[in-house]
Write a protein that binds this ligand. Sequence first.
Ligand code: F3S
Length: 62
Amino acid sequence: MKAYVDKDTCIGCGLCPTICPQVFEMDDDGKAVAADEEISETLIDSAREAEESCPVAAITVE
Ligand code: F3S
């Protein structure tokens, strides 16, 4: 599974790196970016929590 952030949709609220810092971080442009590699089994729940918590639904975990 991998996580993706739609930068056009992200409003830079900063919630996802707070919930799951191992997968999401804030980029230099003030938008979130997801790690490029596969999400390890132990992080999937928190990555999904970030996906569900994003106020503008900019995150996809699939
Ligand atoms: Fe952006 Fe949503 Fe994260 S608005 S900073 S992708 S929680």
